[in-house]
Structure formats: structure tokens, C-alpha cells
Design a protein around this ligand. Structure first.
Ligand SMILES: *[C@@H]1O[C@H](CO)[C@@H](O)[C@H](O)[C@H]1NC(C)=O
Ligand SMILES: *[C@@H]1O[C@H](CO)[C@@H](O)[C@H](O)[C@H]1NC(C)=O
Length: 255
């Protein structure tokens, strides 16, 4: 009898979960009443809206999506998504006729692009906890962030094509030394420039800071042929590069 009650309860839960207005197509066949199916689906929609910059300016990951985001970012899908993007970037780079004067550059963001802060975020709720600058800077100052392997691979491929790399990061200038050491330890051996956020930009958005710095690069004769970052603010604001590549990041949003 008790089993029957559970079965019926599960059935009701499933059929309620299945009710989606104007449904186009089931994303995957669902059988049974696994508890995370419905929240899982809405967290996927949230992630898609975040990645496409339809949801902007958000402060934290919705609490009910912590487990979903954690599984995504630590699992295969994040890596496959990243590989799809960096492969595309390489195919594009390979197709270009370059100037051959050393002025063709590719802009790389650092956090969640060149380096991964997953060891930090795994301990801090995958973006559910509000940002804590003290704890964040403690982590950054350890200089132990691993590379995002797909970005490191792209970096090496670009260098082999004769494209130079400029790192453009929202990290402040007082983190220059630790960032240099961290990049080298993670496998990034050389670069044309490492640009950190100077105090003159304090209070300015990342969009303003990064587009202004790209303008300076162009003024100095560089051509930004490609640009890769995990935030839309890496890619918007003008002089964004001939092509931009947006890596996934459902952990945080920077304007
Ligand atoms: C940041 O974390 C530290 C250490 O846990 C804590 O003492 C501090 O109050 C936190 N700061 C904020 C703004 O939450
Ligand atoms: C990048 O875009 C500029 C402006 O549209 C164009 O002149 C240039 O040829 C492009 N560079 C490459 C490498 O495609």
C-alpha cells in the first residue's frame, strides 16, 4: 500500500513536471520521476539565457541550481563546450592570411578563460555564495589556478601560426607578479603583453576598461584578429576583434 502511494505521488510529480506550455520538443526522453529532472531543466534554461547574455547583471547563481551548475562545470559537458569553441577559433585562425609583421594579436581574458578558478568555486558553492573579495584575492594570490586545457591548447596553436597573444584581465595591477607566475606555471610560456586593470579605471565597467585597452592596442599598430573570453564584457564595447569567442561561464557575471 505504501509503495502504491509513493508510486502515485511520483506519477503526479512527473506529470506536473511534464506540463510545459507551448512545448516544442522534449530535450530528452524522461522516464520515472527523478527528483532533479524538472529543476534540471529550468537550470539548463537559466544557463542558456546566461550564456546568450539574455539574463544580464546577475549577482549569484540561483540556489536551486547549485548542484546543476556544479555537475556541469566539473563534468564533461563544460569541457566539450569549451573544446567546440576553441576548435572553431583555431579553424578560423588557420584560415587567415596574416600580416607577417608580428602585429596580428589574439586577446585572451584570464579568469575562466586562460586560467580556471574551479578549485576555488568548488569550495564556494559554484557561484551561489555572494562574491567575497577577501577570499577571492587570497585564492588568486596563491597563484595556483590551473589552465583551462582547451584554452591552453588554442594558445599553443595560435603561437604556432605566428599569432601573438595579449592577456587582458580585470585583475588589478598589484596582482601582476602572481598572475605572471601563475600563467607560466600553468603552461603559458610567453606573451606580447599582459594588461591588468589600472587604478585609473576604478569604478569603470569591464566593458569600458577592456574596449579602451583594445583601442590603445590598435593605436599602437596591433590588429586584434581574435578575442576569447568567458564574459560578454570581454567581447563587447567596440574594437572587439575580427571574431570573438565566448567560453561558458555560469558561475558569475561581470558587467
Ligand atoms: C568574506 O569572508 C571572510 C572569511 O570567511 C569573512 O570574515 C568576511 O566577513 C566575508 N566578507 C563579506 C563581505 O562577506
Ligand atoms: C579584420 O577586419 C578588418 C576591418 O573589417 C579588415 O580590414 C581586416 O582585413 C580583417 N582582418 C582579418 C585578418 O580578417
Amino acid at each position: 500500500m505504501l509503495q502504491l502511494v509513493f508510486f502515485l505521488a511520483a506519477l503526479v510529480a512527473t506529470s506536473q513536471g511534464d506540463h510545459v506550455a507551448h512545448q516544442i520538443h522534449l530535450l530528452r526522453p524522461r522516464s520515472g520521476a527523478r527528483k532533479d529532472d524538472v529543476p534540471g531543466l529550468s537550470c539548463l534554461s537559466w544557463r542558456l539565457a546566461v550564456e546568450t547574455n539574455n539574463i544580464v547583471g546577475w549577482k549569484t547563481v540561483p540556489k536551486e541550481c547549485e548542484s546543476y551548475v556544479g555537475h556541469y562545470i566539473l563534468g564533461d559537458q563544460y569541457r566539450k563546450d569549451s573544446a567546440t569553441i576553441t576548435n572553431e577559433a583555431f579553424l578560423y585562425a588557420k584560415s587567415l592570411k596574416l600580416g607577417g609583421d608580428g602585429k596580428d594579436i589574439w586577446v585572451f581574458d584570464i579568469d575562466e578563460t586562460s586560467l580556471s578558478n574551479l578549485p576555488y568555486y568548488a569550495k564556494h558553492g559554484f557561484g551561489v555564495e555572494p562574491f567575497n573579495a577577501t577570499l577571492w584575492n587570497e585564492w588568486v594570490n596563491k597563484g595556483e589556478a590551473p589552465a583551462l586545457p582547451e584554452s591552453l591548447k588554442l594558445y599553443k596553436e595560435l603561437l604556432s601560426l605566428g599569432i601573438r597573444v595579449v592577456f587582458l584581465t580585470g585583475r588589478p595591477e598589484d596582482q601582476a607578479t602572481v598572475t605572471t607566475t601563475n600563467l607560466k606555471n600553468a603552461g603559458y610560456s610567453s606573451w606580447e603583453k599582459l594588461i591588468l586593470k589600472g587604478s585609473s579605471y576604478s569604478g569603470k565597467t569591464a566593458v569600458v576598461y577592456k574596449s579602451t585597452e583594445r583601442r590603445k592596442l590598435e593605436k599602437n599598430g596591433y590588429r586584434v584578429i581574435g578575442n576569447i573570453g568567458d564574459q560578454w564584457s570581454d567581447l563587447l564595447g567596440g574594437l572587439s576583434g575580427n571574431r570573438t569567442f565566448k567560453l561558458p561561464d555560469p558561475l558569475y557575471y561581470i558587467s
